[in-house]
Write a protein that binds this ligand. Structure first.
Ligand code: ADP
Length: 397
């Protein structure tokens, strides 16, 4: 039997088909620029890589294209070979503390959360509907980005706003990247050879989207993203923490509409806003003292350091700091800059170990460092497959 994992973004769809028992990958791929004129498909199967430009007007089409290909290649003969499908769902609001099998009621709740994740939840829901239509008997599971943070203490998840905004309007900090933080936490416990219930870490997911998470005894007790993924660290195109009054000022005195401010803060800020580029490789290669690329990196790194300091105080005792995501996994330079000057927190890197890059897990702390430092390549799809399997097996007992 197989488990299919669907990870839909606002205009992309990543998928992996796993053999259910050993969770090895049968095939995988990416459909990009869905809804635009230059959509494309990349499909890996055994040693074969298929790449083509193809018209993909909507997410449901993307899923149909994907299924056609899987059958054409003979990877599946019948849909009944799929034990279940796990969907990454970005926002589970305050309802879901863990993954859940999707039924009408769950689907209705996901629709209710669209205003909280307007770019992502509609794409996730479209995929679920498309599969229900194609294969009504197929069991589908929603795995939430927010669920791992569900047990944050109220003093961390609440904003200092009046009570009714929390109780009635559900305005609170939810946090995201939960599958990634939870995956790297489990991996680090294996490296440390320590029980999850005894382990405290700071997890740094640094990609285009970026978030920090304080994990105490296996529970997320704080994280940098908030009600939406806009809060916290500086990201590829998102500003992260700002004074909310900037929004009033832009609207009242600079003539920006609310939609324009939304686009500005989510799509045209962060590294892109600071230096016109959001690819950290290219920014690093152009950085020189005093120029805008160097400043963008300095601001990006400075914000991460502040969160490390804050989460050291939150956790009191930290076993390890973990770097993951495209930047965390691949940029030894950013890792070095983040850890630089943190001797006061007893964080010291081993320069040579830090130079490793790529797809493997490794540590890069020096002997004198009390806090261990790791790179753990994230594997959100594997975590989704695992959780999907657990949910479906649990239900079928
Ligand atoms: P997303 O949040 O969209 O999943 P990723 O986790 O793929 O983003 O991270 C994208 C970021 O990773 C980009 O800033 C990119 O520059 C950076 N990145 C990817 N590969 C490398 C590399 N080999 N060296 C340095 N940075 C890299």
């Amino acid at each position: 039997m197989k488990i299919l994992v669907i990870n839909s973004g606002s205009s992309s769809l990543k998928f992996k088909l796993f053999n259910m028992h050993e969770l090895s990958i049968l095939c995988s791929g990416l459909l990009e620029n869905i809804g635009s004129e230059n959509s494309s498909l990349r499909f890996h199967y055994q040693d074969k890589i298929l790449e083509k430009k193809i018209s993909i007007p909507e997410h449901n089409e993307a899923l149909y294209i994907l299924f056609d290909l899987i059958f054409e290649e003979g990877i599946l003969v019948d849909i009944s070979e799929v034990y279940g499908v796990g969907h990454r769902v970005v926002h589970g609001g305050n309802l879901f503390s863990k993954a859940i099998e999707i039924n009408e009621e769950v689907l209705k709740s996901l629709e209710d959360f669209i205003p909280l994740a307007p770019l992502h939840n509609p794409a996730n829901i479209a995929g679920i509907h498309a599969l229900s239509k194609k294969a009504p008997k197929l069991r589908q599971v929603a795995v939430f980005d927010t669920a791992f943070h569900h047990n944050m203490p109220e003093y961390a998840s609440r904003y200092a706003l009046r009570d009714s905004l929390y109780n009635e309007d559900k305005i609170q900090r939810y946090g995201f990247h939960g599958t990634s933080h939870s995956f790297v936490f489990k991996q680090v416990c294996l490296h440390l050879n320590k029980e999850p219930s005894l382990t405290n870490i700071i997890s740094l997911h640094l990609g285009n989207g970026a978030s920090a998470c304080a994990i105490k005894k296996g529970v997320s007790v704080d994280t940098s993203m908030g009600m939406t993924p806009l809060e916290g660290l500086v990201m590829g195109t998102r500003c992260g923490d700002i004074d909310p009054s900037i929004i009033f000022y832009l609207h009242r005195h600079k003539g920006y509409s609310i939609d324009e401010i939304d686009t500005l803060l989510n799509k045209n800020s962060g590294l892109l806003g600071l230096c016109g580029n959001n690819d950290i490789r290219s920014i690093l290669s152009q950085a020189k003292p005093g120029n805008k690329y160097q400043l963008a990196i300095d601001i990006f790194v400075y914000r991460i350091k502040k969160y490390i300091g804050a989460y050291m105080a939150v956790l009191e005792d930290v076993d390890a700091i973990v770097f993951t995501g495209g930047i965390g996994e691949n940029s030894s330079e950013i890792r070095r800059k983040v850890c630089e000057g943190l001797g006061i927190l007893s964080i010291y890197i081993d320069e040579n170990q830090n130079l490793q890059e790529g797809t493997k897990e490794f540590s890069f702390h020096s002997k004198e460092s009390s806090i261990k430092l790791f790179v753990i390549p994230t594997n959100e799809e594997l975590e989704i497959a695992l959780q999907t399997k657990e949910v479906l097996e649990g239900l079928s007992e």
